[in-house]
Design a protein around this ligand. Structure first.
Ligand code: NAD
Length: 243
């Protein structure tokens, strides 16, 4: 019997995959049998990540339309898209300027729109596909210093739900995975001091930060045949933060 969790024969593209949650997701999809293409901006880290997990590497900055166009062309047919990148600019809501918002929009919002728009047609034609976007706990509970993430990721979440409605009948599911505080390089950028980190940790019911592998587990599950009837949903991986 073929396992519901077996991804043999599936082709996955994971962006923002040279480190952190993207890399952990690519590694797990590969372990489940998928043929994985990883992408990120920096060539050295990406090539190292790709050779570690036995993936193909394509360098691309997903905040530019032309780079996404080249990426999807080089990647070829893709069954599982994991849309991920670094976090958008931070700052107090009253202080982020137009340039910060615009950069965040290209990186956090349009990257998902462009990647999924480019790949979903093939998925629908083949009658099977998975579109998974990494968002954030800030969708449900805004964080003071992350207004761009708070606002745009709420938009990405509803974009994903809209796309889910359009493609559900063609065997394609569209979901988001929202990490809570996860121990990666990004987390170090978010905290101003060790005291800041301790203060946040004391408010997490699980009393620890999550790991990139724990977020990747949700991505992998949504990628499998067993998750075929789950679409338009958000899975929070936050140690109970949002309860
Ligand atoms: P990370 O900084 O460890 O890794 C980010 C990856 O994205 C790297 O591979 C980087 O090279 C790549 N990247 C950055 N900008 C890119 C671009 N323009 N084009 C292509 N690739 C790009 O981050 P992470 O902790 O793994 O976070 C992944 C996502 O999850 C981020 O959007 C982050 O904001 C979000 N998130 C993280 C946490 C957390 O606690 N770590 C919590 C909530 C949400």
């Amino acid at each position: 019997m073929t396992s519901l969790f077996d991804l043999s024969g599936k082709r996955a593209l994971v962006t923002g995959a040279s480190k952190g949650i993207g890399l952990a997701s690519a590694r797990l999809l590969s372990q489940l049998g998928a043929q994985v293409t990883v992408s990120a901006r920096g060539e050295a880290d990406l090539v190292r990540a790709a050779s570690e997990i036995g993936a193909r590497a394509i360098v691309a900055d997903v905040s530019h339309a032309a780079e996404i166009e080249r990426l999807v062309q080089e990647a070829g047919e893709i069954d599982i898209l994991v849309s991920n990148a670094g976090g958008p600019p931070t700052g107090l809501p009253s202080l982020v300027d137009d340039e910060g918002w615009q950069r965040g929009f290209e990186l956090t919002f349009m990257s998902t729109v462009r990647l999924s728009r480019a790949l979903v047609g093939g998925m629908r034609a083949r009658g099977w596909g998975r579109v998974i976007t990494i968002t954030s706990l800030t969708v449900g509970r805004p964080s003071l210093g992350l207004p761009v993430s708070n606002a745009l990721r709420a938009g990405v979440t509803n974009f994903a739900r809209s796309l889910a409605l359009e493609v559900a009948r063609d065997g394609v599911t569209v979901n988001t995975v929202a990490p809570g505080y996860t121990a990666t390089e990004r987390l170090q950028e978010v905290f101003k001091s060790p005291e800041d980190a301790e203060r946040v940790m004391s408010r997490i019911p699980a009393a620890r930060f999550g790991s990139a592998d724990e977020v990747a587990s949700a991505v992998a599950y949504l990628s499998t045949a067993g998750a075929a009837y789950i679409t338009g949903q958000e899975i929070l991986v936050d140690g109970g933060w949002s309860i």
